[in-house]
Design a protein around this ligand. Structure first.
Ligand code: BDR
Ligand code: CA
Length: 319
């Protein structure tokens, strides 16, 4: 009974530290049934992001969730160089054991198409990396646009500057064309951008709670987050912590009331000096049908409490 009422999710990600936290949060949220994890080139090449997803699932004992490897590069253009560092292994140099579970034989694009078609109208696609896999799935099987329940994506910035340059956020920067394709597609999409993810900050105070538990998972999560906080001390010292980008997208998929949103038809600039900017689409300004929602406000204490409860529960129990 309860299973039936759970939200069915595909998590498309590029772990990455905050993606690894997002995997933990999604798998440990009783409201969510993770049908598949698909990985994409982004924080690291796709071979590493796929491996990292498997490593986290093995740590959690959830190797029943299939992991499918996806796009090794953006839809059209060359890979941008040197994304933000998440350590040599993409997981703050925890070097979790190499997974024994094999990857799915399916390509991530087909995994997305198949899972959506098997569950028409029900699938939440949760995107926490560049949107190359999702856009390619929609290009290959355009009919899934009307069968996707909802896309919740971490990426972009509407009311604040970007984190790569003045107008470009990291996930968009890795594949602006894919993001533009998705934004203009008309698929029901909620954008969780820097507008809100830079409000949900984690500090050494929280990570110390995990470290104090003395468990493997507690150490993994604390190491990853401390690594992230240190990076933020250099790039954004005014914040006083690290942004919980990808976990907030999971939080919103579980409970949309965590954020307040603006109904707006969006696009991504793909040419010129503003390449990578996420902004309202002037050609659909007067279109009464708004297919996207952009989060502009977030209930910070409620989300942090949810996040800490879910993650600390796991960190306490695991070996
Ligand atoms: C996004 O960029 C990546 O580095 C993070 O994993 C997150 O998805 C934040 O801009
Ligand atoms: Ca990510």
């Amino acid at each position: 009974e309860r299973y039936e009422s759970m939200k069915k999710i595909i998590l498309d990600c590029d772990p990455g530290m905050d993606d690894s936290m997002a995997i933990v949060m999604a798998v440990k949220s009783p409201e969510v049934d993770v049908k598949a994890i698909t990985t994409v080139n982004g924080n690291y090449p796709v071979d590493i992001t796929a491996l990292n997803a498997l490593k986290v699932l093995e740590m959690l004992g959830r190797t029943d969730i299939p992991v499918a490897k996806g796009m090794p590069e953006p839809m059209f253009r060359e890979k941008p160089k040197d994304p933000f560092t998440h350590g040599k292994d993409g997981q703050a140099e925890n070097f979790l054991p190499d997974p024994v579970t094999p990857l799915s034989e399916k390509h991530a694009i087909d995994m997305i198409i198949d899972v959506v078609k098997e569950n028409p109208g029900e699938i939440y696609i949760l995107s926490t990396g560049p949107m190359s896999n999702i856009a390619m799935a929609m290009k290959k099987a355009p009919e899934i646009k009307d069968e996707i329940g909802q896309i919740v994506l971490m990426g972009g910035a509407l009311t604040v500057p970007g984190n790569c340059n003045a107008c470009m956020e990291a996930n968009i920067s890795q594949d602006p064309e894919a993001a533009d394709y998705l934004f203009r597609s008309g698929a029901p999409t909620t954008m969780i951008g820097l507008d809100v993810t830079l409000q949900t900050l984690l500090t050494y105070k929280e990570t110390q709670q995990w470290r104090d538990l003395g468990t493997k998972a507690g150490k993994f999560l604390a190491d990853m987050t401390d690594f992230y906080i240190k990076a933020y001390e250099t790039t954004s010292p005014h914040l006083g912590g690290c942004g919980l980008h990808d976990p907030l997208a999971v939080g919103v998929a579980v409970d949309p009331t965590l954020v307040t949103t603006l109904d707006i038809n969006m696009k991504v600039d793909v040419e010129g000096p503003t390449r990578g900017r996420t902004i309202g689409d002037e050609t659909r300004l007067n279109d009464p049908a708004k297919t996207m929602k952009v989060a502009v406000g977030v209930d910070v204490p409620r989300f942090l409490n949810e996040f800490m409860t879910r993650i600390s529960g796991l960190a306490a129990k695991a070996e």
